[in-house]
Design a protein around this ligand. Sequence first.
Ligand SMILES: [Zn+2]
Ligand SMILES: [Zn+2]
Length: 344
Amino acid sequence: MDDLKYGTRNKRGDWAPSEPVQYAPLFLFPTRIVAILKWLPDYFFPWNTIFAASAVAYWAWVIPPIETMQALGIGWIAWLYAVNAISVLFFYGAFELHLYVLKRQENRFKYNGKFPAEQKSKAFWFESQNIDNVLRTFLSGVTIWTAIEVAMLWAYANGHAPWLSFAENPWTLAIVALIVPIIHEFHFFCIHRLIHTPFLYKWVHSVHHNSVNPSPWSSLSMHPVEHLLYFGTAFYHLILPSSPILMLYQLHYAGFGAIPGHVGFDKVEVGEDKLVDSHAYAHYLHHKYFEVNYGDALIPLDRWFGTWHDGSQEGEARMQERYRKRKEKLAARKARVEMGGAAE
Ligand SMILES: [Zn+2]
Ligand SMILES: [Zn+2]
């Protein structure tokens, strides 16, 4: 597959798409029905379908009976941790093995020409991005994911969360299922913006940003506080008319859904001539430039707040202009403080 048909590669070997990143055509005024209809298949396939199907599979084969979950017990909690850990190992591991270990796609469609294993860094535990990322994923990531899952299932089992049946409320639940990714985007943007404030960035979010060149295991490589905030998206289902299956979909959208954004490749080649879009470029730019693209281009929040970078030259210029203005402001503030000091 010739990736230069879709983008360009610079001297360092970094590939970039030639088309700027597009926002989902939702939230446009006036509403563009045709554009939305054209975009819908992309919304469902393959990613959202995978996360929704895994939630259904969990409900059918993994989640214990309601009576068991009415009381917290080490047995079923350990079981859920084990299934989550094994699922993450296989799902994340499949991308890691295919793209980073066996390098079946070499560096075709790879944003950063280098592979993390080639670069040692003191920022990571054992100076290895992979070891650090894997440990953080299983020690705190899957643990906090499971803890929130257990809390929510316990709440459902004891009647503390609204639980609608699909037979009686098919339309309400269909709408909630449709907006699960939108809830995620809204929630993620808010907590992400919050942890980019100086104090929280230093103590919490910098852990995730150590992976400037993200790879599959970077997806859940976060500080425990960020894991708590990130998976906290499940708590919306304490107030929404929902069901445990949709709550699981919400969790899987966060847990497994972090993968496409950190896969490091714009497209994953499947078979001879099929390409699956990762939609990762916006978040890749976030890892590269830090203060752009707090969201994932589903709701135009970054555009509304002026932090959108679509990968184009105009996007780059907008970002530089914002940085320049901020520098000026800081310089002016410093000068004022100094003058105040001199006057005393
Ligand atoms: Zn990230
Ligand atoms: Zn960030």
